[in-house]
Design a protein around this ligand. Structure first.
Ligand code: COI
Length: 412
């Protein structure tokens, strides 16, 4: 009977002489390595194998008003190791702890890293809820596959994240605007400077109790339109949640900050298409020049735009609630010139960013080529009508005030 060749160790770890021998004498490889000869399906994530080791030193809770985004973490972490030969090993919840990695681990050299940002909420009955977790797991699999990291069973991972969130329940603030930010992360752990697909990986989830993303709270931000640096490009990986997309944006952010701006508005190409704002998707509400119809516009998912979960929420809610009021919802390319003209003609009604961390972030103005493009807020206003409505509509579903399929109640 023909048996499938399944190397016991990753190919990259095997000496060349052994690999050559395997090619020349395949029958010998099959017969002398029992595991290698196994036809067993490579193991996917199995929540029933979860082991839990509880911390002996529970942390003190930080008062909600003192929380700083992503600075403090819960008592535990969830980790699942993967090897090319065995697949996903047994999941573990352990006390939150440092990782021990070989300095040659491929994550440190070739940026084998992707992550997700999602949140757990406490509803008015004290129940823990995840918001659209399937969207995050789908996107994480797309990100990991793009950088040759392993993919996983999404339902199994949601089950584990639910158990983990329930276990960390005491860290979830009940106050509106507060939640537990979950950070699923995958890294390539194989010890090699060779450039190739990682033969081993680690998927882990840490959790941080959070309040409003910006220390200023729900306040309008000022942007610098950035055309000298590019966040993403056609055929690149700007639509994936890779750590490697974020680090190169920090220097332009610091440059913008030096000139007094909170974030960059990322433009692309000679046409200066508007793409994203900081780490968020960008939305503009404009009155159409010809028809006078109100339009909510965002850039299309052309491979340069992150498939934001909040972006999807804003679009769905706009189609559900604004279209019946006469709005048009458009996913199309638009330029900085278009925004500037609309502002000059009093047709730029509002602009805001949308992302998991901030949910909705209203924009006051955009500095473009030395001019200030006013985004329609009155001086005393911190958010436009649309941004405020969107935030409220989304939060109602996140906290379970409005029962909706986007909210997943974690079993106790
Ligand atoms: C978001 O806005 O949701 C983000 O992705 C920000 C995160 C990188 C902190």
């Amino acid at each position: 009977m023909l048996r499938q060749f399944r190397p016991q160790r990753s190919l990259a770890k095997q000496p060349i002489s052994r690999l050559l021998a395997a090619w020349q004498e395949p029958s010998r490889s099959y017969s002398i390595h029992a595991n290698a000869a196994s036809t067993a399906k490579i193991q996917d994530i199995d929540p029933s194998k979860l082991t839990i080791t509880k911390t002996k030193a529970p942390k003190e809770l930080i008062p909600a008003s003192e929380l700083v985004f992503g600075r403090s973490f819960t008592d535990h972490m969830l980790s699942i190791e993967w090897t090319a030969s065995e697949g996903w090993l047994a999941p573990r919840i352990t006390p939150y702890q440092n990782l021990s990695l070989d300095p040659a681990s491929c994550v440190f050299h070739y940026a084998f890293e992707c992550f997700e940002g999602m949140k757990a909420y406490k509803d008015s009955n004290g129940k823990v809820r995840l918001f659209r977790p399937t969207k995050n797991m789908e996107r994480m699999n797309k990100s990991s596959a793009r950088i040759a990291l392993p993919t996983f069973d999404q339902a199994a991972m949601i089950k584990l994240i639910s158990q983990f969130s329930q276990m960390e329940e005491r860290f979830i603030p009940s106050t509106k605007g507060y939640s537990l930010y979950l950070r699923p992360t995958m890294i390539g752990t194989q010890k090699t400077l060779g450039v190739g697909p990682p033969g081993s990986a680690l998927l882990y989830v840490i959790a941080s109790p959070v309040g409003p993303y910006y220390p200023t709270g729900f306040k309008a931000i000022s942007l610098e339109a950035t055309n000298y640096a590019v966040r993403a490009w056609p055929g690149g990986v700007g639509d994936k949640k890779l750590g490697a997309n974020y680090a190169p944006c920090i220097v332009p952010q610091l440059e913008a900050a030096k000139r007094g701006f909170h974030q960059n508005l990322w433009l692309f190409g000679e046409e200066e298409f508007v793409t994203e704002v900081g780490t968020m998707n960008m939305f503009a509400a404009i009155k159409n020049k010809e028809t006078g119809q109100k339009e909510l516009i965002t850039a299309p998912l052309d491979g340069t735009i992150l498939e934001g979960v909040t972006r999807d929420c804003v679009l769905s809610l706009a189609r559900e609630k604004l279209v019946p009021e006469g709005w048009k919802v458009l996913e199309r390319k638009y330029t900085m010139k278009e925004l500037s003209e609309a502002a000059q003609e009093g047709r730029l009604l509002e602009a805001f960013g949308a992302g998991t961390a901030a949910i909705v972030s209203p924009i006051r103005n955009i500095c473009w080529k030395g001019d200030m493009v006013d985004c329609g807020l009155r001086p005393e206003e911190e958010a436009g009508e649309l941004a405020s409505k969107m935030k409220n509509w989304i939060e109602a579903r996140q906290y379970g005030d409005e029962e909706h399929e986007w909210s997943y109640t974690v079993p106790e």
